[in-house]
Ligand binder design. Sequence first.
Ligand SMILES: [Zn+2]
Length: 349
Amino acid sequence: MASAAETAAMRRAIALSAAGLGATSPNPPVGCVLLGPSDQIVGEGYHERKGEAHAEAQALAAAGPLAAGATAVVTLEPCNHQGRTPPCRQALIDAGVRRAVVAVIDPTSRGEGGVAELRRAGVDVETGVLAGEAQIVLGDWLAGFRTRRPVITWPYLITGQGVGELPSGTGEARRLRLNADAVLGPDGTVREAVPGSHGKGILALQDLPPGRSAAEMAAALYDGGVRRLLLGGGYDAAAPFLGAGLVDRVVACLPHGNASSRPAADLPWPLLPPGFVIAGTIKTENFVRVDGRPDALREACAYQRTMPRQVLDPAGRHFYGGRAGCSAPGAQYPAAFAAAMSALMLPWP
Ligand SMILES: [Zn+2]
């Protein structure tokens, strides 16, 4: 079981990993903390962008000889493949790391990833430590792996005059761009959310000519390396994505200042698109910002009702479905159900 010092260090690694948001794609944002024998931090780091050192390598470089005998606390399973950089599991082994504490298993490893190799080399490995919290940062990358499209956020300004594009100069728009990979304009232009943030030639961004479906555009952006997409424009630009069920989050910015008012125009809806619920609100200088997400709980319950009475989830825990008279222990969660449940945990940038 992970010690109190290790779980505390994992939370620090998760926070460090978030510094890679909007820059690491198509790689995942990962953080790593190295703990010495008396639980002091001897090195830490995060992955900045593809082609540069992974989180573990950054932490090992910071620790130098102090990495020998240390415990590596890392938000994602260390990689086992020779890419642009050497595999991290080998770097950890070579540095003499004694134990590894991992939050999330890399879905691309298929059980043959860094954890298996570390164990083979005699390193004590514990997995699944604060996996849910780690997914607050890694969740979008994992969701993209499942769905082969970016996680899509649509920010908008909603006033008495209608639903329009959130002005790009606002603090909210800047903050959203900082956490995103790319922005799809209403005219099909695609641009890096923060120019240069991913490094030269990492993302393959091409403008998307009109006439393609929202799903085709999303898939093309994923293939170009985009894992977090912002939709630019107002209601008309977002409508095809909303209609296709491809909007994962909305950020509604409602100007405040008038304590008594009568909205003038016909709004498409009072605040959030149909099927969306409020996930959070915060007051900023100019707006009440409302984060909305699809009502995943409702979707999850709808799936649940179609399921056999008793199934096991991939971790082997029992789960009770809703279909009477049917028992199928050993059946697996339907992928759609798992996606709906994990959507409940998706973070907002
Ligand atoms: Zn690595």
